[in-house]
Design a binder for this molecule. Sequence first.
Ligand SMILES: [Zn+2]
Length: 122
Amino acid sequence: MHELSIVTSVVESVTESLANYPGARVLQVRLRVGALSAVIEDSLQFCYGIAIEGTPLAASKLVVNTVPVTVHCQACGRDGALPSLQHFHCPHCDAPATDVRTGRELEIESIEIEDAPEVVAP
Ligand SMILES: [Zn+2]
């Protein structure tokens, strides 16, 4: 499943970046997902719940920020957001849009962690 491999690599890279914060718990992971990446948020959330079990991310929340598709138009030289994925044309002059500027993102935007509780010396 597409979504499961995505969350698995997200969990791996978050776990790696936690190496500098031993004992820290992850509260929230924010992802930037382009509208063109063909990711279904519900599946992403479902797979995330499975992938984080037994990891430092257990009980953390996944927040998905969808990035709209924007194109640069060669015909009129302007940038704009696509009104619809079914209509791949410039929103200004309706020329066919081929130069996609955003919408293919699939990256971790931020990770919110809770610091490890202080260890009290006996
Ligand atoms: Zn145009």
